[in-house]
Design a protein around this ligand. Structure first.
Ligand code: ZN
Length: 405
């Protein structure tokens, strides 16, 4: 059904400025046109005037998970719970994502085919959540960081693991290269796969048109992945000058995940009692600032992910704004840059004719006061379906129950 969305401010297609007295005309699940309200109003069957809000494309969370919650600690322990427990709780997490304005989410590894089920059930309308892109089980070396999400060793082993995930319906491939913060296995700079294994993973995925994303913080592991054609480096908290230069050279994308390490509700809350995790967290936080500085200097583009901080997507945008990234650029990272990482930049992440009707309404002028605007998410549309999320997000910790309107 045809619907005209009207708001005080509407972001332009490029994401560079806010247009006044403009509307977004939706038909079914697609944007038909963006233009002056006076021109569009006569032909619209229905008008929804959202008032003093900014309309932006729905956010793209380019790195998250369905079932775990970092703030509750011991993520590996959480992943060892029965699949039904993980799945039921994942349903609430998906609602929180949607209420925080995320309309597309890339899931980066999930046990027991939970992500495949979640994707299908969101698509059928049985679950409320963002539209999902899924990986199935991630690949980790036996001594690596991601063993709770899947293990594969050796060139033949990783080839088989990739093929199994693809056969199950994976949209992309995720593997773990370096150590991570939230487990005790491996220092952040260590890497667990050999170059030959990375090459095999990329070959298996690219041969059938799938992208490869890698958990990697910095050091030789990142350089190998960039050289071997991995499509995106995830996290990148300890990127060296060489890492950044190689990523620029090979066109490797970067997905930043900041709230899990920097927000007090993240790993800090969940794992403060583990000295190993806590010391790695402090290391990552400190290095993060210098790493991000290198990214900025090199002009490397980036997208954003919450890494399972469900409902905290606004904190990812806020982290950038706090470090001087102009609001339009921060929102672009939250939308179209995410779509680029997914390879969906022609249909997702812009308010433009022919794009998916994914729209979020933030209170006030989002470019002038981004944090205030993000704290007041008023309304979300995913694929042409509206959700009233007013007051549902609270402090960002409350898991909301968005209503269909
Ligand atoms: Zn992750």
């Amino acid at each position: 059904m045809s619907l005209l969305l009207v708001a005080r401010w509407v972001v332009n297609a490029e994401g560079t400025q806010l247009l006044s007295d403009h509307g977004v005309w939706i038909d079914g699940d697609t944007i038909v046109s963006v233009g002056p309200v006076s021109e569009l109003r006569p032909s619209a069957a229905r008008v929804l005037d959202l008032g003093e809000v900014t309309l932006l494309p729905g956010f793209v969370d380019a790195h998250t998970h369905v079932s775990v919650r970092p703030g509750e600690g011991d993520q590996h322990g959480q992943l060892a719970r029965p699949p039904a427990w993980l799945a039921f709780r994942g349903a609430r997490n998906l609602e929180a994502m949607l209420a925080s304005g995320v309309t597309t989410a890339r899931i980066m590894g999930e046990p027991a085919a939970i992500d495949f089920a979640a994707k299908a059930l969101v698509s059928s309308g049985d679950l409320m959540g963002p539209s999902l892109r899924v990986a199935g089980e991630a690949l980790s070396a036996t001594h690596g960081h991601g063993v709770a999400l899947g293990v594969a060793d050796g060139v033949e082993g990783v080839r088989l693991a990739v093929r199994r995930n693809l056969a199950a319906g994976a949209d992309h491939v995720k593997f773990f290269m370096t150590g991570g913060v939230s487990s005790s296995s491996g220092r952040l700079f260590d890497h667990h796969y050999r170059r030959e294994e990375v090459r095999a993973i990329v070959d298996e995925a690219h041969r059938v048109g799938r992208r490869v994303a890698v958990h990697a913080h910095g050091g030789p592991g990142v350089s190998i992945c960039a050289e071997e054609g991995v499509d995106s480096i995830e996290h990148g908290s300890l990127l060296t000058d060489e890492n950044v230069a190689l990523m620029v050279k090979h066109g490797t994308s970067l997905v930043l995940t900041k709230s899990i390490a920097h927000h007090p509700e993240g790993i800090e809350r969940g794992d403060a009692s583990s000295p190993t995790v806590l010391s790695k967290l402090m290391e990552a936080r400190k290095a993060d600032e210098a790493s991000f500085e290198r990214v900025r200097q090199a002009g490397l583009r980036f997208a954003l992910g919450t890494d399972a901080m469900h409902g905290f997507f606004g904190e990812e945008i806020g982290w950038l704004v706090d470090r001087g990234v102009p609001a339009p650029e921060a929102f672009l990272a939250a939308t179209w840059e995410g779509a680029r990482v997914l390879g969906e930049e022609d249909t997702v992440g812009r308010l433009q004719e022919g794009f998916k009707a994914d729209v979020v309404a933030l209170t006030g002028n989002a470019f002038e006061a981004p944090r205030e605007a993000l704290a007041g998410i008023r309304w979300v549309m995913r694929g042409g379906r509206s959700f009233d999320v007013t007051g549902r997000l609270g402090e960002g910790r409350v898991l909301p129950r968005p209503d269909f309107v």
